[in-house]
Design a binder for this molecule. Structure first.
Ligand SMILES: C[S@@+](CC[C@H](N)C(=O)[O-])C[C@H]1O[C@@H](n2cnc3c(N)ncnc32)[C@H](O)[C@@H]1O
Length: 265
């Protein structure tokens, strides 16, 4: 299904002012942080690196970078920085409230740029990515991690598959997210002149897990879309909510596909 995508992320859907958004993003961070930290730890990070975390959310990756780069500069950028301050550790990094589709940092200013679950949601994601790469210093690394829908398409559980794909369709309709883009990684990085390209996929599961919490909260926020034009009944949505946090249920959720590359010296 292709959506018009006239709304922007956070304007109404997934607003950081929504009561349940903190809980939803805690679920996401809990599901994905270990994989992100493992991937980032493989880079030759130095204490004086200048790092940028775009679409930082709660800033869990920002804080990890700040601990690794105590003599550098770590910037968390988000179009809404309200939830960046809810975690205790506020040292060694700074917040910039800005829209990455409009912000322009000076060329060559960062040794590491990270973005997780951001680019797939952006209109003109390839053009924004091309601009972001210019912010890398010679030898600097780009690490992007994004969502991909393919594990949901093959779910053997009919209700879980039906509601999960409808959640994806609701997000596509609202903001034009591309849930298949990351499946092509690292292809979008090839035209950008980066070297040392790599890619890796993580497959978090729902059940009594942080991802289950995230996915249930996502469905709840989109309830009006799901039970309206997307044909999910209220009973199906309620059953889905119980199922995805049930200790008796296990299935794969959205994948996280990561890609990285280095700007030549
Ligand atoms: C799905 S959340 C991911 C948060 C965090 N990266 C994580 O993985 O835990 C997407 C984040 O990107 C931010 N965002 C969305 N569009 C943005 C834009 N155009 N510019 C900057 N941040 C944006 C949202 O406000 C939100 O915090």
């Amino acid at each position: 299904m292709t959506g018009t995508g006239t709304e922007r992320y956070g304007e109404r859907m997934f607003s950081h002012g929504h009561d349940a958004e903190l809980d939803r993003l805690h679920g996401l961070a809990g599901a994905l942080d270990d994989g992100s930290f493992r991937r980032l730890a493989r880079l030759p990070i130095r204490e004086d690196w200048r790092c940028l975390d775009i679409g930082a959310g709660l800033g869990t990756v920002t804080r990890w970078l700040a601990r690794r780069c105590p003599r550098g500069r770590v910037v968390a950028m988000d179009r809404d920085i309200r939830l960046l301050s809810v975690l205790d550790d506020r040292t060694g990094w700074e917040a910039v409230e800005s829209d990455v589709t409009r912000e322009d940092f000076p060329a060559g200013g960062f040794d590491l740029i990270h973005a997780r679950w951001l680019f797939a949601h952006l209109p003109s994601r390839d053009a924004v990515l091309e601009r972001v790469v210019r912010w890398l210093a010679p030898g600097g690394w780009l690490v992007i991690e994004d969502l991909a829908r393919f594990p949901l398409e093959s779910s053997p559980h009919p209700l879980y598959r039906k509601v999960s794909l409808a959640i994806c369709d609701a997000v596509i309709n609202r903001i034009g997210t591309d849930p298949a883009w990351a499946r092509t990684f690292p292809a979008p990085l090839r035209p950008l002149g980066l070297t040392d390209l790599g890619s890796e996929t993580s497959l978090p599961a729902v059940g009594p897990t942080p991802m289950g919490r995230f996915w249930r909260r996502s469905g709840e926020q989109l309830a009006a879309d799901l039970t309206g034009q997307l044909g999910i009944t209220e009973a199906e949505l309620a059953e889905f909510g119980e199922l995805v946090e049930s200790p008796d249920f296990h299935d794969l959720c959205l994948a996280t596909v990561a890609a990285w590359g280095r700007r030549p010296e």
